[in-house]
Design a protein around this ligand. Structure first.
Ligand code: CP
Ligand code: NVA
Length: 308
């Protein structure tokens, strides 16, 4: 296992397989009320530069359920907020805690933290990637369909951090990814060429209908990510016609399912009928953040043999 989990490509397909099977196992243990305190004595610093509901709660509860100790740290309160260097915080935190999860504006902040940290560092979302979200999404798709390889996943909307992790994961999962986004809001060329270079099957289109047609999974996310708020009006104009609604869902495979990492904006990137409808796996997806991240923590802290 790699020291850190900063990109979805920091794990191999074998490691992804282990995380998925451990996550399912942990989900069953939790449902049965069986204690699984495999991280007793360990601690996780959770550093947030931006808001969070799911990432914060799932890591905090997950660490508690594993018998470890989570620490919520906002950069508003840390000395980072007053200019202390990332590298110094990383060196010092490594003397206290067993692992660090960071949500930061810039991906480079997390990379710098990991370079100077002696303990595993997890990306809890950056402007480039959201790899923890992808673990939960892949787990949710695998649970529903029973396999991943060959499925057609349509991403409809902004070519953002979550989209980047999905694109990069294609080579790991064998899922084909079709991205529909308006001009100027597609994924970065570097991400696309990286994924294609390692065997990712990625197609781009401007047409949400073309992407949705025969898709097994439709995924979307906000049109205005954290940090993009000053572009809100122009983004709402650019994304007109990209709402995942019943019209788009009807073009997909009859058994298609819909994912959204949340928070959602009903009437913008997704309609109320779709997110609250029978084909939505959004709530299972949100729950799976907990199980997938617990499995990730066990892998990074070398405790996964204990549950096997
Ligand atoms: N999906 C997700 O990461 O949600 P939060 O921003 O609430 O953590
Ligand atoms: N793309 C969104 C994801 C939130 C979980 C953002 O970066 O704000």
């Amino acid at each position: 296992m790699m020291k850190d989990f900063i990109s979805i490509l920091d794990i191999t397909d074998d490691e992804l397989g282990h995380i998925l099977s451990d996550a399912i196992h942990l989900k069953k243990l939790r449902a049965a009320g069986t204690p699984h305190e495999l991280l007793r004595g360990k601690s996780l610093a959770m550093i947030f530069e931006k808001s969070s509901t799911r990432t914060h709660i799932s890591f905090e509860v997950g660490m508690n359920e594993l018998g470890g100790h989570p620490l919520f740290l906002s950069t508003r309160d840390l000395q980072i907020g007053r200019g202390e260097e990332i590298r110094d915080t990383a060196r010092v935190a490594s003397r206290y805690v067993s692992a660090v999860m960071i949500r930061a504006y810039k991906h480079s902040t997390i990379e710098e933290f990991a370079r100077f940290a002696a303990v595993p560092v997890i990306n809890g979302l950056s402007d480039r990637e959201h790899p923890c979200q992808l673990l939960a999404d892949i787990m949710t798709i695998n649970e529903h369909f029973g396999h991943l390889k060959g499925l057609r996943v349509a991403w409809i909307g902004d070519g953002n951090n979550v989209c980047n992790s999905l694109i990069l994961s294609s080579a790991l999962t064998g899922m084909e990814v079709v991205v529909a986004s308006p001009k100027g809001y597609g994924p970065k060329r570097k991400i696309l060429s990286h994924s294609k270079g390692i065997g990712g099957r990625i197609h781009l289109t401007r047409s949400p209908e073309d992407a949705a047609r025969d898709a097994d999974v439709i995924v979307t996310d906000t049109w205005v990510s954290m940090g993009d708020e000053n572009e809100r009006d122009e983004r709402l104009r650019a994304f007109k016609g990209y709402t995942v609604d019943e019209h788009l869902l009807k073009l997909a495979s009859p058994d298609a399912r819909v994912l959204h990492c949340l928070p959602a904006h009903r009437g913008e990137e997704i309609s109320g009928e779709v997110i609250d409808g029978d084909q939505s796996l959004v709530w299972e997806e949100a729950e799976n953040r907990l199980h997938a991240q617990k499995a990730l923590l066990l892998s990074l802290l070398n405790r996964r043999e204990e549950i096997c």
